[in-house]
Ligand binder design. Structure first.
Ligand SMILES: [Cu+2]
Length: 85
């Protein structure tokens, strides 16, 4: 089976899983399960979801190899890492 994408949930002000590796071309989906908004913001400026409302999701197609640390601009302690192989 070929995994074409991956899902990261946002729960209790944390990304789960906090680190994820995907293949180039995969689509990654973040789902906000918290009752308040979050963002998924690349620290190097590669991507920025802007505000993801409660219950909403945001998807990003990983088109370039690399390591992309990201954070939530509303909660600076929220950090994640996306690796694109
Ligand atoms: Cu947040």
């Amino acid at each position: 089976m070929v995994l074409l994408g991956a899902t990261i949930t946002i729960d209790a002000t944390a990304y789960s899983p906090p680190e994820l590796a995907v293949n180039m071309g995969d689509t990654v989906v973040w789902i906000n399960n918290d009752p308040f908004p979050h963002t998924v913001t690349s620290q190097a400026g590669r991507f920025d979801s802007k505000s993801i409302a409660p219950g909403e999701s945001w998807r990003y197609k990983a088109t370039r190899k690399g390591e992309y640390p990201y954070m939530c601009t509303f909660h600076p302690t929220m950090k994640g890492m996306l690796r694109v192989k």
